[in-house]
Design a protein around this ligand. Sequence first.
Ligand code: NAD
Length: 332
Amino acid sequence: MSANEAALVLQQLKQRIAEYDYHYYVLDAPLVDDNEYDGVYRELVQLEQQYPELVTADSPSQRVGGLASAAFESVQHRQAMLSLNNAFSEQELEAFDRRVREATDETVVEYAVEPKFDGLAITLTYEHGVFVQGATRGDGYTGENVTHNLKTIRAIPTRLTSAQPPALLEVRGEVLMLKKDFEKLNQQQAAAGGKLFANPRNAAAGSLRQLDSNITAKRPLHFFAYGLGASAGIPELKSHAEAMQYLADLRFPVSALRTVKAGAQGLRDYYAEIGAQRSSLPFDIDGVVYKVNDFDLQSTLGFVSRAPRWAIAHKFAAEEAITLIEDITVQV
Ligand code: NAD
């Protein structure tokens, strides 16, 4: 393919991804499933790797996918809410671990590992222990103010119980809907002739991004914290695992499946462990996330345009595909 042809194909891929992003992030009604989306995205990244001179600042590979809808008041994030790079194979996982070891001069790296919740990213701001604002990720820099809707989620504390609450605490996490609640909601929607949601992720996003909090209050949403944003006056925390324990002590819901693993072999083991439990978990996950545990090493690694260099999402194959294979097996 010539550079001119590649530029044309890239243009088409960008338009297609922009269309998919709008339906997924703004309308909460995806046009295609995640497998197909990921395939198109990878085609774009591979072509950009062959023709680096064709990478533009507006490319989906350079920016966080979401958008902040004008229907909500906008919120500027104090610290950017970035995305995660993906690994789809063992080779990509090993390449990630190698890059981390080379950049940090460590022989074996310790990783904090956790499920990749399939919901939507939000940030919660607490000032002197009081929940003052909550926002969606949006484009990573500007999100949507959904404070009133987040207040309807019982798992989110509106006030921290700590005797000495920090002056500022931003908690990053995922809002999601449990699989059983999603089934029930769609049954109710069908009975009432309302809109059906494609999956729990879209049901969670559609429910949180309501202009009327009374509707959100009727939707059973759950929340898991998975990190910190800006803060002031918190105790010294040296690692992601310590940060998660701090959040658990403050009574934020954190995943019981989180742990710490050493080196690429530890990551492979965790991927297999969680993969085996995936279908029996009460909520959807689309992979596992590996984060370099030590905060100093995270600082050494830093960020690329849209994601940290110290973390990666190791994706599972879409569950729809697995179900199909099982169906075929049963028929045979
Ligand atoms: P992503 O979902 O691949 O990864 C980043 C997000 O992971 C974070 O923003 C956070 O919300 C979430 N996350 C869940 N658990 C986490 C944890 N333990 N620690 C840290 N983060 C955690 O990236 P993205 O940019 O939000 O979305 C891209 C993906 O969304 C695509 O790969 C695709 O699967 C899907 N998508 C699908 C369509 C579609 O039309 N089907 C359109 C756009 C995006």
